[in-house]
Design a protein around this ligand. Structure first.
Ligand SMILES: [Zn+2]
Length: 297
């Protein structure tokens, strides 16, 4: 972390627990025990100066047991947070669009029994388009329970075409959505910035392998729409993608002419605002943050 941004809190919006080995033919990752996995993840975060992260399941989990499998995954993410709430204060569950109305019960359980903060979807790994009819009862339930929807709009999947998310955001103005994987290509970057101008209730995660080279196109939108409409992630989406080099996006944000307040919003402020659990900590984080002091002592 550069001296200029040393005091800014960095939070990562996009970390999956688990891998994609059962979904992607070329995926390789080491099999790690739970403790070792968490230790590696926290070490990678520390290396990049990341104070905390939002965690969600990997959506390519074994679904052979139907909704019981989904329950196990949601139990697992709650347990993961419970082991280290300082680094992982925000945990999201998931539900399967293919389970139709039964997923509404699981959303309710995720909120009331597991105290999860939101629900995430990666539709291309869940065999569905973003805007299928079942999403409406889910989103109504999220609104009722004050949960935050996270939706992947990967540029390489038409199942996840971002216009479908925009449609849902229009239908549910009471919800604030977080869009993941939006900036994975030049064409889609310009497409989603067009939507961003017209859809105030989507926060766009800036993470992605190419975003630093696209940042010059995104920066004017950050200035005109507000930094609170964008958030940061560090390409630690999967532990297999962890690397020692500093995330190029951090450098792009520092080199930009964005104000300190704008950078603070990008790096953690816009995420904090979404979650009541964290809103009350904001003042403390801004005044220096005890977490950092402990980590570096
Ligand atoms: Zn993801």
């Amino acid at each position: 972390v550069s001296a200029a941004d040393a005091a800014l809190e960095i939070a990562d919006a996009h970390q999956h627990i688990g891998g994609l080995g059962s979904a992607l033919g070329s995926w390789r990752e080491p099999a790690l025990g739970a403790d070792e996995e968490r230790a590696q993840r926290v070490a990678a975060m520390r290396g990049h100066g990341i104070r905390w992260a939002v965690i969600q399941p990997a959506h390519a989990y074994d679904k052979a047991d139907g909704i019981a499998a989904t329950r196990r995954v949601n139990d697992g993410i709650a347990a993961y947070r419970a082991r280290d709430p300082e680094h992982f204060p925000i945990a999201l569950g998931t539900v399967e669009p293919s389970h139709g109305e039964r997923s509404v019960e699981e959303i309710e359980r995720a909120a009331r029994e597991l105290d999860l903060d939101g629900i995430s979807w990666h539709h291309r790994l869940q065999g569905s388009f973003i805007d299928i009819p079942a999403m409406r009862p889910y989103l109504r339930k999220l609104a009722e329970l004050s949960l935050v929807p996270f939706v992947h709009v990967n540029a390489e999947s038409r199942l996840e075409a971002p216009w479908q998310l925009q449609k849902l955001a229009y239908e549910f103005p009471e919800l604030s959505f977080v869009a993941l994987d939006a900036f994975y290509s030049y064409e889609q970057t310009n497409e989603v910035l067009f939507y961003a101008e017209r859809t105030p209730n989507i926060v766009w995660d800036l993470g992605g392998p190419y975003v630093a080279s696209l940042f010059a196109f995104i920066e004017p939108a950050i200035r005109s729409l507000g930094a609170e409409r964008f958030c940061f992630s560090a390409n630690l989406s999967y532990l297999a993608s962890a690397h020692e080099e500093r995330p190029a996006l951090l450098g792009a944000i520092e080199r930009s002419g964005l104000s300190r307040e704008q950078r603070e919003n990008l790096l953690s402020g816009s995420l904090r605002r979404l979650f009541p659990r964290l809103a009350k900590q904001t003042a403390e984080a801004r005044s220096g943050g005890r977490g950092d002091a402990r980590e570096h002592s």
